[in-house]
Structure formats: C-alpha cells, structure tokens
Design a protein around this ligand. Structure first.
Ligand code: ZN
Length: 185
C-alpha cells in the first residue's frame, strides 16, 4: 500500500487476550453511553475492488477457518477495507448482544460507539452485520444469551432462525427415517 499508518489508539480501550478467539479489545475505564470508543480505520475502495478483495479473503478464510472479512459498506459507491494491522478496531470481536455499534459519520468515517455504559474491564464487541450468504463459515461463540449461533446482522436473524429450524427439522426427519429402517430389519 505504501501508506504509513500508525495503529489506531483509544483512551478508552486496549488490546488484550480474549476467551472468544485469541484477542479482543477491553475497556480500560468506564465508558459512558454514546462515546466514540475507537475509529475503525481502513482503506476506502470502490465496489469492484471490494468484491475482488472479499473473494480473496473468503478463500483465505477457508484455510484458516476464521472469519477474516473486514469489509464495511460505507454507501452505494464506497466500502472500507479494515484488514490492516494499524486498524486496531478489527480486533474487537463480534457479539450477538454487543455493547458497541459501528456508526458511519457524515465524512464516511466509521466509529465504534458505546451502545450503553460499559464498565472498565469489559470486552468490547459489535455486531459484524454479515449477511447470510456464507453464514455456515461464521459460527458465533459469543456466549451471550441472545446468541443465534452464527455471525449475522440482526436484520437477518428472523431469516436465519427459519433456515436453522428447517435444517433441524430435516435432520430430525432423516433420523426418524433411519430409526424406522433399522427397526424394520
Ligand atoms: Zn453469538
């Protein structure tokens, strides 16, 4: 890239080891609701470039098993690729019951904003907002009571729940059929 970017820092949070997967960001002090906790940095790219990078990242994530997708939709023309070491905020983990939210300001800058008061020591999280295209590749281990089992934007939850219900019903029908077959032998 040739860009010399300093890692994003925040007076509110720092990187620590995480029980979810590896690392995460944690509040170093109480954070009031509505605080812009840390800026989500990245490179602004057009939709064609974004699609290209998205596919490369998905191919890579097949090997690593991780959800290595840090592409954000900014508006109809632009996305933001946050897959850079200096984008400290990429270490914030996904949660189905997050305490932060990614908000885009009028200059198309992304901030992780506190959705509620966050106590010092709490891990920061936000909903990655993924669609359902590859949801099976992105299981969620956030551990919250609201966890839907996969990383997906809340708008997609009703659809995701229907899909999972169908999948479960299908598996149950298959199991019942197998039981019937073995009982008949
Ligand atoms: Zn979850």
């Amino acid at each position: 890239m040739g860009k010399k970017n300093k890692p994003a820092k925040s007076q509110w949070a720092e990187v620590r080891g995480s029980v979810v997967h590896g690392r995460g960001m944690f509040a170093v002090k109480d954070i009031p609701e509505g605080t812009e906790v840390i800026k989500y940095l990245g490179e602004r790219i057009d939709k064609d470039e974004s699609n290209r990078r998205g596919h490369v990242l998905l191919d890579e994530s097949k090997d690593t098993g991780g959800a290595q997708v840090y592409l954000f939709t900014l508006d109809d023309n632009w996305d933001l690729d946050g897959n850079f070491d200096w984008n400290t905020a990429r270490l914030v983990n996904h949660s189905c019951e997050p305490n932060c939210e990614a908000q885009i300001d009028e200059d198309l800058k992304i901030w992780l904003v506190a959705l509620r008061e966050i106590a010092g020591g709490e891990e920061l999280s936000f909903n990655y907002g993924f669609d359902l295209e590859d949801y099976r590749k992105h299981p969620c281990h956030c551990g919250s009571r609201k966890c839907v089992g996969y990383i997906a934007g809340e708008d997609y939850w009703p659809k995701l729940r229907r899909k999972l219900k169908k999948k479960k019903a299908k598996a149950e029908r298959k199991a019942a059929k197998e039981r019937a077959i073995s009982a008949g032998q």
